[in-house]
Ligand binder design. Structure first.
Ligand SMILES: [Zn+2]
Length: 274
């Protein structure tokens, strides 16, 4: 799934590879995916985008967005995979494909769910708006923002829920949160009310430093870029950690079902303090 580091990587790659290319045609889904949604009918994307030139790209929260001349934007959310093919090769199943005038193409595929939204800068979806307006962890305003959100959050909220739900920090999802919590030495299930000021500051600096590392290394190694290559950031806490052990102490990593997903943590480095 795209989280902030991957959204930024995709935007970098789209700017580098796609800006200046002109759309020849847009192919609608090769097969209908029940959980892929579009703005209107994707068959109409061809008429809207043909002959338009890519003028930019952007990444924010859980979205990557391609910008065309004439003020049109094509936004994809966290469940959409993007691949660029210079030769224009397409897989059997795709949800959208943009073929450029030089026959290269950008292909959109969805596994579980995803949104591919063509809009004229007027997309009002709640997630999109929150992602677009998010205070970036890389901005100078972020520490103050984090402290305010922390103060305003419910005391019974867990550290994992605080980081990765309700769009408090758009683009910090389950993936990023695992590594942030390990770096902060906090158990995912720990309630905010048990955190000292020092714990909260450690969580803030872990969030910023993990986000920076992921960003500077082109995203996590569990995710791929336009070229199909995995990111360079070596994920510390994920399902592979069950085999390899805690990256800090080498001990056994615990996996638990939590909040409709799985959490991975080291019971030694991240004890559950109640
Ligand atoms: Zn450990």
């Amino acid at each position: 799934m795209i989280e902030l580091p991957e959204a930024l990587r995709l935007a970098d790659e789209m700017r580098a590879i796609l800006v200046g290319r002109t759309v020849s045609r847009v192919l609608p889904p090769s097969r209908v995916h029940k959980f892929c949604w579009f703005s209107g009918n994707p068959s109409a994307y061809d008429a809207a985008l043909s002959s338009r030139r890519v003028v930019g790209a952007d990444g924010f929260g859980i979205y990557a967005e391609l910008l065309f001349d004439g003020g049109l934007s094509l936004a994809v959310n966290d469940g959409v995979n993007l691949r660029f093919s210079k030769s224009g090769e397409l897989p059997e199943n795709y949800q959208l494909a943009i073929v450029f005038e030089d026959s290269s193409c950008l292909c959109f595929t969805v596994q579980m769910y995803g949104g591919i939204i063509l809009h004229g800068s007027d997309y009002e979806n709640e997630y999109y708006v929150k992602s677009k307006n998010a205070v970036s962890p890389f901005s100078d305003d972020f520490p103050e923002h984090f402290r305010r959100v922390f103060r305003e959050s419910k005391p019974k909220l867990s550290a994992k829920a605080f980081l990765a739900t309700e769009q408090r920090f758009p683009g910090i999802g389950n993936g990023c949160a695992q590594d942030i919590l390990l770096k902060a030495r906090l158990n995912p299930k720990r309630k905010l009310e048990t955190l000292t000021d020092e714990d909260a500051e450690r969580l803030l600096s872990a969030l910023v430093s993990v986000a920076c590392e992921m960003r500077s290394q082109s995203g996590r190694d569990t995710e791929k870029g336009l070229d199909g290559m995995a990111g360079g950031y070596r994920t510390m806490m994920c399902k592979n950690s069950l085999m390899t052990g805690c990256p800090i102490c080498g001990g056994t990593v615990t996996k638990e079902a939590y909040m409709g997903g799985s959490v991975y943590y080291c019971p030694v480095c991240q004890p559950l303090i109640k």
